[in-house]
Design a protein around this ligand. Structure first.
Ligand SMILES: Cc1cc2nc3c(=O)[nH]c(=O)nc-3n(C[C@H](O)[C@H](O)[C@H](O)COP(=O)(O)O)c2cc1C
Length: 413
């Protein structure tokens, strides 16, 4: 194992490491290139042509033209409302593809470290993979140097629809690395990161932010980003010190205030556990779409209308003729991993998330999993069979919610 890579990978994590083979992909195709003629890793060369041509740098245009172009781009992508949020070690290609199959209209990559991305071929090829069907796609970077960020972004622009800047990571690692939400203390630097991309990239720039304790500061921040050339803003409605997203509700009022203060498309993030939350959030914030993170990990079919039992009242527990559970979803995910190789540490993380409730009923199966220092697909498929033989039945429930009825401006028609 290349210990240097393991260290790099660990320093990017926002959650504790779950296995020892963190730098190994789940196939003998470690660079993910040309597999099935489809998959690519993010290694643009100067001969690569961007698939979307933003044609001239955004900041060369007048304010109004830039706004119009931001909307034209969003419309050309079909104005997706249901979006997979960026998740370190969790929103990788096979997981994105699974969520797309179950209703996601767009997805973010995990946060990529811009300096490591420019410096290390191995980091690039393992941490960024995509394929033709993986669109619309936001590729997210953390950064604190405008030139390094631009260099990293240029490598991925042929493969994505937005280059996104992570301005919301609140973890200690981000404080030490001076990126994410800690850039809220250095707004001139944030401005130059956005401007440099907007001036030089062929794809639009988006930003994902957290809110300030003071609403007016949040509004000023959002306006500054828009003026700097940001074409789409995702607002996570929690503050930098509100790390426990299970306990602390996101502030949708603050997201609405941002939405009402800028003219570019705005996405809302926080408190999306099922499709009724989506409807309520779009209605309350006026946002163009929503991002979901934690709940999707447990239930990647969330955007298709499925939900776990605890999110339903007793009388709603009907499957409406549709049968699906988290073990089915895990098997689909594993098949996607065979098609689109991903690091085993990511696969392991998804197994724990999707089968968490199942393991609570049969902890010895989780212990067997934890005892494997190296995983194989055979072991994982067998593990699902063992759970089925133990007669575990934890269905997902299907509830019809008409998200399509929500018009492009977020209001119910
Ligand atoms: C496992 C995990 C990894 C995350 N990694 C990132 C990341 O790479 N970039 C980012 O901007 N946010 C990251 N987040 C934050 C989410 O994108 C999202 O803002 C947050 O979880 C709130 O959404 P939720 O309430 O739907 O979970 C991560 C969240 C989780 C649970």
């Amino acid at each position: 194992m290349a210990s240097s890579t393991l260290t790099q990978t660990q320093t990017l994590r926002s959650d504790p490491p779950q296995d020892l083979d963190g730098d190994l992909l789940c196939s003998d195709n470690p660079h993910g290139e040309e597999r099935n003629g489809e998959q690519v890793s993010g290694l643009a060369t100067s001969s690569d042509k961007p698939s979307f041509c933003w044609s001239s740098p955004s900041l060369c245009l007048s304010g109004q033209s830039r706004i119009e172009r931001a909307w034209a781009h969003w419309s050309a992508l079909g104005r997706p409302k249901l979006i997979v949020a960026p998740m370190v070690d969790n929103s990788e290609l096979p997981f994105r593809m699974l969520c797309r199959k179950y209703g996601a209209g767009a997805a973010y990559t995990p946060m990529l470290h811009s300096r490591l991305f420019t410096e290390t071929e191995k980091y690039r090829s393992q941490e960024f993979t995509t394929c033709n069907e993986d669109r619309p796609l936001f590729v997210q970077f953390c950064a604190n140097d405008p030139d390094i960020l631009l260099e990293a972004a240029r490598r991925v622009e042929p493969y994505c629809d937005y280059v996104d800047i992570n301005l919301g990571c609140p973890q200690r690692i981000a404080r030490r690395g001076n990126y994410g939400a800690f850039l809220m203390d250095n707004l001139p630097l944030v401005k130059s990161l956005v401007q440099n991309l907007a001036l030089n990239l062929q794809v639009p720039v988006s930003c994902k932010i957290r809110i300030f304790p003071n609403l007016q500061d949040t509004i000023n921040y959002a306006r500054m980003l828009e003026d700097a050339g940001c074409s789409l803003l995702a607002v996570h409605g929690r503050k930098r010190d509100e790390k426990d997203q299970k306990k602390i509700r996101a502030d949708w009022n603050a997201i609405r205030a941002v939405k009402n203060s800028v003219r570019i498309p705005v996405l809302a993030n926080g408190n999306i556990r099922h499709l009724d939350d989506v409807l309520n959030c779009l209605e309350e914030t006026g946002a163009e779409g929503v991002l979901s993170a934690d709940s999707l990990l447990e239930n990647p079919a969330l955007f298709a209308g499925y939900r776990t039992a605890e999110l339903l009242a007793g009388d709603e527990k009907s499957n409406n003729g549709r049968k699906l559970d988290q073990a089915d979803l895990l098997v689909e995910y594993l098949k996607l991993c065979e098609q689109y190789p991903a690091p085993w540490r990511m696969i392991r993380a998804h197994v724990h998330k999707m089968l968490g409730d199942w393991f609570r009923l049969h902890p010895h199966i989780r212990e067997d999993l934890n005892a494997q220092s190296r995983l194989t697909f055979e072991f994982l498929y067998n593990m699902v069979d063992r759970l089925r033989e133990l007669d575990v039945r934890i269905p997902l429930y299907f509830k019809k919610t008409h998200v399509r009825k929500v018009s492009a401006n977020g209001l119910i028609s």
